[in-house]
Design a protein around this ligand. Structure first.
Ligand code: NAP
Length: 496
């Protein structure tokens, strides 16, 4: 059970505590933030509404702890990370339970998120041990006044305090994808979990506590992003921000100071289907890619661009699969579960109504009950409809019929987003050509967009993000290059 047994320390009454200097504490604000269960729409958990002073304390404590941690041998850092991974996996059931109640993630997917996160920690520990010990040795050459008299040694050093802000849809996995690389690289972490998903994140933090990390190295403050977000992201004690979420990231990047930013933002991943595609394969991937976790994934298929000649066959195949999706509560492991908040459901409904007014073809009847929206495929969507461009983050998928490959690429590249895209074709030459032309961080050939495997590079361009993630890239991003130059006296020899 969440909050009991191993986790009884992290809760007081019915309010979860925040984590500072190796201790679980109540906020002096005396206020809490409710977490609404998307299925029942009742308050299910409460977390502390931390004050600015508490944020200061967490950051100060992280700053102090990082100095010692930076001198801790890599093998020791890796050992603790492996321990945290094991504890996390041992506790997959209570953590998954929080995901089911806080963000209505289907039960099996909730367990998968926790297990995948444990694997990510272990991979990160191994990768860090291998790559962080490497440095470079350079010799000066053809620089005015220097004749091989300078020798340069470089190494990778930690960046300091990393502020990690993950989104609601993967509150454990996307916190870990920041925490593990930061720690193996010798940094400390201040985590601000999403409100929906905060309790799963607090359980995850407790697994690191139980693994025995030095006190202060990991801190976790809770509260609404709209209330403590600016104070955190503009805090002078923060040396790096790793953020995943929506447009909030764009405003953070405008306000943050001179600190490296890792921004993983929204997407409108296009799926281009050519005439020579395997339509069964495309349909299966469109349904899995578009409707898994009710479309609430950054790399969900968010628009299908299909050649007119095969469009009707593809839509028929997709509809047959949509009809088989189960709809209901996450506890029953349904494919389609309630979306995270009522305001998300209202936003999605707004996109659907706009498409209705503008005469899109509804392949299913639009149905909503509370936060639960039944899966909906919209055919004959045109560029004047909002759903053609906006990210619904829900189980609604638009299909735009195209008459040429160029038209598909043009639509994809006209988007503000540039996260991922995919193309279905049996012609590898065409696939590569389309991949080159699509302005996105990644293109998948004959498969739906996906973030994993977690060590692959993952990045968005345009409004989809800054920097590249994936285990190796994140470790590099969370270090600085330190250079030491050895200067020798000028040579006294003469040539010839
Ligand atoms: P969001 O509303 O942008 O929130 C993301 C995080 O930012 C939450 O922890 C939120 O806390 C916090 N926050 C809110 N206001 C803040 C502020 N002023 N300063 C600092 N932090 C603040 O996004 P979301 O609804 O959780 O997630 C959905 C979005 O994430 C979608 O657009 C999706 O595409 C994107 N996403 C991208 C990726 C990727 O890898 N590119 C992966 C997953 C999701 P509160 O919850 O307390 O408001």
């Amino acid at each position: 059970m969440a909050g009991s047994g191993t986790f009884s320390e992290i809760i007081d009454g019915d309010v979860y505590k925040y984590y500072v200097d190796g201790q679980w504490k109540k906020s002096s604000s005396g206020k809490s933030v409710p977490i609404i269960n998307p299925t029942t729409r009742n308050t299910h958990y409460k977390v502390q509404a931390c004050t600015q002073e508490e944020v200061n304390n967490v950051i100060d404590s992280a700053k102090k702890a990082q100095k010692l941690w930076a001198k801790t041998p890599l093998w020791k850092r890796a050992e603790l990370l492996h321990k945290a991974a094991a504890i996390l996996k041992e506790n997959k059931a209570p953590i998954a339970e929080c995901l089911v109640k806080e963000i209505a993630k289907p039960a099996k997917d909730s367990v998968t998120e926790v297990v995948r996160s444990g694997d990510l920690i272990s991979y990160c520990a191994e990768e860090g041990v291998r790559i962080l010990g490497e440095g470079k040795f350079l010799v000066s050459d053809s620089f005015p006044g220097n004749d091989r008299t300078k020798y340069c040694l470089t190494s990778k050093i930690p960046i300091g305090v990393v502020l990690a802000i993950p989104p609601f849809n993967y509150p454990v996995n996307l916190a870990i994808s920041k925490i593990a690389p930061a720690l193996i690289a010798g940094n400390s972490i201040v985590l601000k979990p999403p409100t929906q998903g905060a309790v799963a994140a607090l359980h995850m933090v407790h697994c690191f506590h139980l693994a025995g990390f030095p006190k202060g190295l990991i801190g976790c403050v809770t509260g609404k992003g709209s209330e403590i977000g600016d104070f955190l992201t503009m805090h002078p004690g923060v040396n790096c921000i790793s953020f995943t979420g929506g447009d909030t990231g764009i405003s953070i990047s405008r306000k943050a100071g001179m600190v490296p930013l890792q921004m993983e933002l929204g997407g409108k991943d296009a799926c281009i289907v050519l005439e020579d595609a395997d339509l069964d394969l495309a349909a299966a991937n469109i349904v899995k890619g578009g409707f898994s976790y009710s479309g609430q994934r950054c790399t969900a298929v968010k628009v299908v661009l299909v050649m007119e000649k095969v469009a009707s066959s593809l839509v028929k195949k997709v509809n047959e699969k949509v009809a088989k999706l189960t709809v209901g509560p996450p506890e029953d492991d349904c494919d389609i579960t309630p979306v995270v908040t009522e305001s998300s459901a209202n936003f999605i409904e707004g996109l659907v109504m706009d498409a209705k007014e503008k005469k899109a073809t509804f392949c299913q009847e639009y149905k909503r009950k509370g936060n639960l929206i039944w899966p909906l495929l919209l055919d004959n969507v045109r560029p004047d409809m909002r759903i053609a461009w906006e990210e619904p983050f829900g189980p609604v998928l638009p299909v735009i019929r195209i008459n040429s490959v160029e038209e598909g690429i043009h639509h994809c590249n006209a988007s503000n987003f540039g996260l991922q895209g995919c193309v279905f074709t049996s012609d590898i030459n065409k696939a590569i050509m389309i991949s080159d032309a699509m302005e996105t961080g990644t293109v998948q050939i004959n498969s739906a967009p996906a973030r994993g495997p977690d060590h692959f590079p993952f990045q968005g361009i345009k409004d989809s993000g800054i920097g590249s993630q994936g285990i190796t890239n994140s470790i590099h991003m969370m270090t600085k290059v330190k250079t030491t130059v050895i200067n020798l006296p000028a040579p006294s020899y003469t040539m010839g």
